[in-house]
Design a protein around this ligand. Structure first.
Ligand code: ATP
Length: 457
């Protein structure tokens, strides 16, 4: 679809996602709940396929990266050592006129293009400039002082005294378990540890559908390198791999760009941080991130825990704390890329067809099987046989409801690459019609060659 009206695209994606079982607003029967979303049956398949693709690219196909699955609740000392308890903050500001609440750095960036994240003085200066930043809700420019609040979700735990937090990122568990991985696996620097899991952030403002929520999933890697390694080429390689992954979700190259954090905005330990931005329907903004974190995390955890976190090279005998490159991928933002890049409207005769042109390996349903008519037992039986022969290899769907045109339209809307129809000719010659999602071309295929055909298409 031509992106001439971008918010219109977003509305269409959100509406299709709900109507077709990809993403539902959560707790809707109780009036919803604070931008929480539920992945519906097709959304869950899509999500699993994206996770699977990521795992395949970054764990299965790599000898230098191993996987991990850590808990959401970690010893709170982890977050003290990493600095999260003290400084995982966002600046909040309220409009004194209409009481609307905003994250100050984003409000200012949207109004002026200036990136002042982390500099509260500069933010307050900007907010008090006459009409520099107007309230997106009421249009006035009368702000409270911006102030920091924590983004950490606090909870309690039986048998434990003190605050416990839901992890705000998955990376924490990787650093904490790094030593155990070293001791139990045959890894040698350079190597990485990968993890997929939930993270929780008490965001000031959520929005743009699943782009910014308070409970989300991350796919993260800590890639440990020798402190003297020439890291620049590796950094570039990781950025390229992040771009490749975005393109495997369906993103076009022209919809991706890099934003390098200016030196003065960088954390003191980071040598370089780059956001990979995507041209989301509402804005060009952060999809993934890549940071050089030096040995900050291992040093901090070593100091706070007293454990020796150094790596002893089994070949050279050298003992040192590795530096780390951290590529981080948001899973929910990946799903939003897949949904918005796939959404297509095409004119077919007098009608408009809506098709989700997902990359085929990500489509929730790979093959749909139809008997031409529902009240012809022989057709239904044959279609069932075909469905049963495919379902252990592919996520398939059996549909005998309504006319074939309607069934095609439904499968187009969920992005099913192939539809197989059993008709009267099938009973005579053991062939079926296979219809392609993108070209709408129909091909007659012998049943005994169907599996091969599906594999190739
Ligand atoms: P932003 O500036 O958008 O708040 P961030 O720089 O705080 O993001 P990171 O801490 O780098 O984000 O988190 C890593 C990744 O996790 C992001 O690139 C993004 O894909 C995802 N992510 C972060 N916050 C959210 C959120 N509230 N909802 C969904 N995904 C998120």
């Amino acid at each position: 679809m031509a992106k001439n009206n971008e918010n219109e695209l977003m509305e269409k994606v959100v509406s299709l996602a709900k109507r077709r079982g990809f993403v539902y607003p959560s707790s809707e029967i109780y009036g919803g709940f604070a931008s929480a979303y539920t992945y519906g049956p097709y959304g869950t398949e899509l999500k699993n396929n994206i996770k699977g693709l990521w795992w395949k690219m970054f764990v299965q196909e790599r000898e230098d990266i191993v996987g991990l699955d850590g808990p959401i609740l970690l010893n709170p000392k982890v977050w003290e050592a990493s600095g999260h308890t003290k400084s995982f903050n966002d600046a909040l500001v309220d409009c004194k006129e209409c009481k609307a609440r905003f994250r100050a750095d984003q409000l200012i960036e949207d109004a002026t293009g200036k990136d002042l994240e982390g500099d509260i003085e500069a933010m307050n200066k900007e907010l008090t400039k006459k009409n520099a930043v107007n309230c997106p809700e009421c249009g006035k420019s009368n702000w409270t002082n911006a102030r920091y609040i924590t983004g950490m979700f606090k909870t309690e735990m039986n048998g434990f005294t003190g605050d416990v937090y839901l992890r705000p990122e998955t990376a924490g568990a990787i650093f904490v378990e790094y030593k155990q991985v070293l001791d139990s696996m045959r890894v040698r620097v350079p190597f990485g540890i990968a993890q997929i899991g939930k993270a929780f952030r008490n965001e000031i403002v959520t929005g743009n559908f699943i782009f910014r929520v308070r409970e989300f999933e991350q796919m993260e890697i800590e890639y440990f390198i020798h402190p003297k390694t020439k890291w620049e080429p590796l950094f570039e390689k990781w950025l390229k791999q992040q771009e490749s992954f975005a393109m495997a979700l369906g993103a076009k190259k022209k919809d991706l760009r890099r934003y390098e954090h200016p030196k003065k905005k960088l954390s003191h330990y980071s040598k370089k941080t780059v956001d990979l931005e995507y041209n989301f329907p509402f804005k060009f903004t952060e999809l993934f991130g890549l940071a050089h974190r030096s040995d900050f995390d291992l040093t901090s955890h070593q100091k706070a825990s007293g454990a020796d976190l150094s790596f002893k090279d089994p070949i050279t005998g050298e003992n040192y704390l590795p530096h780390v490159l951290e590529p981080t991928f948001g899973l929910d933002r990946s799903i939003l890329v897949a949904l918005s890049a796939a959404y297509t409207e095409e004119k077919v005769g007098d009608e408009t067809r809506t098709v989700m042109k997902f990359p085929k390996n990500l489509a929730p349903i790979k093959v749909a099987v139809f008997p031409l008519l529902k009240n012809k037992p022989k057709l239904v039986k044959k279609a069932r046989e075909i469905f049963d022969s495919l379902k252990s290899d592919y996520m398939c769907e059996f549909d005998d409801n309504g006319n074939i045109g309607k069934r095609y339209r439904r499968q187009d809307e969920i992005g099913t690459p192939l539809c197989v129809t059993v008709d009267f000719d099938t009973l005579d010659d053991d062939t079926v019609t296979v219809r392609d999602r993108d070209t709408m071309k129909q091909t007659r295929v012998k049943i005994k060659e169907l599996k091969d055909y599906i594999k190739k298409n």
